[in-house]
Design a protein around this ligand. Sequence first.
Ligand SMILES: [Zn+2]
Ligand SMILES: [Zn+2]
Length: 327
Amino acid sequence: MAPRKTGTRKRKFAEALGGEGPGEREEKDAEERDDKRRKDRGNKKYIGAHVGIQGGIWKAVGACTDLGGSSFALFLGSQRSWKRPALDHSAAAKFREQCSLQRYDPAHILPHGSYLMNCGSPKEDVFEKSQALLVDELSRCNLLGLKLYNFHPGSSLGSITTEQCVDKIAGAINHAHQQVPSVVTVLENMSGQGSTVGGKFSELKSIIDKVRDQTRVGVCLDTCHAFAAGYNLAAEGGVKNMLNEFDQEVGLHYLKAIHLNDSKGKVGCNLDRHEDIGKGQIGISAFRDIVNEPRLDNIPLILETPGRPGFEYAEQIELLYSLYEKQ
Ligand SMILES: [Zn+2]
Ligand SMILES: [Zn+2]
């Protein structure tokens, strides 16, 4: 994902650090900003965006603050290579320091897994590499003080059955859980494109059923993917219906996050084509329903939209918060 322009908002907290530990003044600034953020919003929605890590992973934190976000997603390393240099301990310490200074709870930070991974791959070498990368990414989360880790379940590539693919995905998760403590693996629902697994809620549930430690597995619902897979969020009551269906088939207690994306494609098109909020086939009223849905309180709600000039993440975050109707 391309880095976002950060607009004119001052990155005063990142600058305030200036290489030294946070002083009293900076603490007070952070407190004031936090109070203002809560007061302005007066709700329990943690809206943010996927931010870049160019120039150092800790820069993601300030990038989110610049956007006026309350939650964020980030990649944990290069999307191009299977083997990456180990995460630098001082960079990880800076990241943790910035999170605490800028008051981001790890529960509202959702790293996104590498697109190279396919934990359901029928090709043994790809499966092995994916399993190893999953372990590496969960270790990075621990080092960064993060609790959640979001990834795409996997694809059968059309050469094994969905059940066999589900077995492989659950096997990779169980293996990673054994190797690395505490991080919760969060499966993302898919658009149903090609032979990906996880377009149907029932497929997510069948993976969860095979995970041994079910306190360490959850789901992130991507609105564009759900719509493309046939869940009609554009219809009246569409958001409530989707959540009801999710509750029945999977269980709401597994819902750890939402990806907020409009869709270029029509309902049921199976295409993974994200669009800016209110500019696609889902439309603004579904996002109003999301922002006002109490079942989505206190979880990260994260934008992954194209962000056209003049309607980038900062503007879309502002728009979403403006849809909140005070009760
Ligand atoms: Zn994703
Ligand atoms: Zn997504």
